[in-house]
Design a protein around this ligand. Structure first.
Ligand code: CA
Ligand code: CA
Length: 449
């Protein structure tokens, strides 16, 4: 942390010297020094603003802003992206600008399976509940083969992001990561902006008959995944399934053959994250905060604000344990492309959510009591939430309909103090967020236009 602050101050000083020299060269030496660091604050170099959510805590989040010119990359192919990311342990500040679409897969589902002995038909035969039962997870020849094939795909579609990195889409280029998973593992200080993520598609979902009461097909890749990572700012991105939507997938053993996992998952003791002005659409499991009820107590602190959710099924977010501030978001429960709303925010495993000044557009097929839910240990406090324009206590509506063993607590153990830009009313969000969220709205100055 100290070294990052040090580098930032060096950069500021250098900028000041250059600016003073420019002023002198222009014959304006008598004018007092008034330049700020604007020469370095184009979209690619911008840091998280002060007090902008949990990621602004402590040393804040600067990503690769301190990169020297040798560590500012523009990439338009998978190989260039891999080279620019470098080793996961190389924490030199770097800026990676993605131009156009980068396709993550280097092969096809068939080519990854080739040589492993895996086939879906054989897998389905081996683990059919009528013979395998429902009490144990798959093991044996076909499960081993599935895992081997999945490992081959993982090499292609996963990209490890080191500390002190900014990854940003070049404005106007339609910057997209198609079928890839950006993975932050014990990384600190990362910025991800202005990118479209077409969610990775797992060629080899795993059957787990013990997941829930009826079993589930589970996939391995989130578009962006944070594990034990800190100081992360995800801003102005678009997360969507594509090209294969869930509605195109069959059901096996009575359950959807789910090839996608999360859009943006924050797990395993990750902490100090700001999720801002992203667009989440055409997706089921949107954002998981904490992957188990024993994920790290005292961490998982996340701010989620000014995002748009349309055609998302669940987990917007599902939160465990952490102090999470969810404000000024827009949620539309309308079914889109087969993605039918289940619930929006879940608070469980003692989560401490402040949910305020959000706007729900509630479709006729959904009820106010279906917007939030919990497990009798999670809390949702906060006010000013609007449902179709009317102030509504969404936690109270849920509690009135829920069983006594699943009640939400409505008091929390903290008060947010990092919320630059928080709006005290949600009423303008449907209009204002329509043009200010997601990938593609920022220009090279980092402003909308
Ligand atoms: Ca997809
Ligand atoms: Ca996940």
């Amino acid at each position: 942390m100290a070294s990052r602050t040090h580098r930032r101050s060096l950069r500021t000083r250098r900028t000041a010297l250059i600016s003073a020299a420019a002023v002198a060269a222009a014959g304006l030496g008598a004018i007092p020094f008034v330049m700020n660091a604007s020469a370095a604050t184009d979209l690619a170099h911008q840091a998280l603003p002060a007090k902008d959510g949990w990621a602004a805590s402590g040393t804040g989040t600067t990503g690769g802003a301190a990169a020297d010119s040798a560590h500012v990359f523009t990439v338009s192919t998978r190989a260039q992206l891999v080279a620019a990311l470098g080793s996961a342990s190389n924490t030199t500040a770097k800026i990676i600008q993605i131009k156009g679409t980068i396709t993550a897969n280097t092969g096809t589902c068939d080519s990854y399976a080739s040589g492993t002995g895996y086939s879906l038909a054989a897998y389905l035969k081996a683990y059919d509940p009528s013979t395998w039962g429902r009490s144990k997870v798959p093991s044996g020849t076909q499960e081993t083969a599935r895992a081997a094939a999945q490992a081959k795909q993982a090499k292609a579609v996963t990209f490890t992001v080191p500390s002190n990195t900014t990854i940003v889409g070049v404005p106007g280029s339609g910057a997209t990561l198609l079928g890839g998973s950006l993975q932050l593992k014990s990384a600190d200080n990362v910025i991800i902006r202005n990118l479209t993520f077409d969610s990775p598609e797992d060629c080899f979902p795993q059957w787990d008959p013990t997941d829930g009461s009826t079993g589930n097909w589970n996939s391995a890749y989130d578009a962006v995944t944070l594990r034990t990572s800190t100081h992360v700012w995800a801003d102005h991105n678009t997360f969507t399934d594509g090209p294969t939507l869930d509605s195109a997938e069959p059901a096996y053993f009575g359950r959807e053959y789910q090839i996608h996992d999360g859009a943006l998952d924050i797990t395993k003791g990750s902490d100090l994250v700001t999720v801002e002005r992203n667009r989440f659409t055409n997706h089921d499991k949107t954002t998981l905060i904490g992957s188990s009820d024993t994920d790290s107590v005292g961490k998982l602190r996340v701010s989620i604000h000014h995002n748009v959710y349309t055609g998302t099924v669940q987990r917007a977010p599902l939160t465990r344990i952490g102090q999470v501030h969810i404000y000024n978001n827009y949620y539309d429960t309308t079914k889109v492309n087969g993605y039918a709303h289940s619930y929006t925010v879940n608070s469980r495993a003692g989560a401490q959510i402040v949910l305020e000044n959000n706007y729900w557009k509630l479709s006729a097929d959904r009820k106010v009591s279906q917007l939030v839910n919990g497990d009798d240990t999670g809390a949702i406090a906060g006010s000013g939430n609007l449902v179709n324009g009317t102030v509504t206590d969404v936690a109270a509506a849920y509690n009135a309909a829920a069983s006594s063993s699943k009640q939400l607590k409505t008091g929390v153990n903290w008060a947010p103090h990092l919320y630059a830009g928080r709006e005290s009313s949600a009423k303008n969000l449907p209009a204002s967020l329509a043009t200010t969220t997601g990938a593609g709205v920022l220009n090279s100055a980092g402003t909308v236009g």
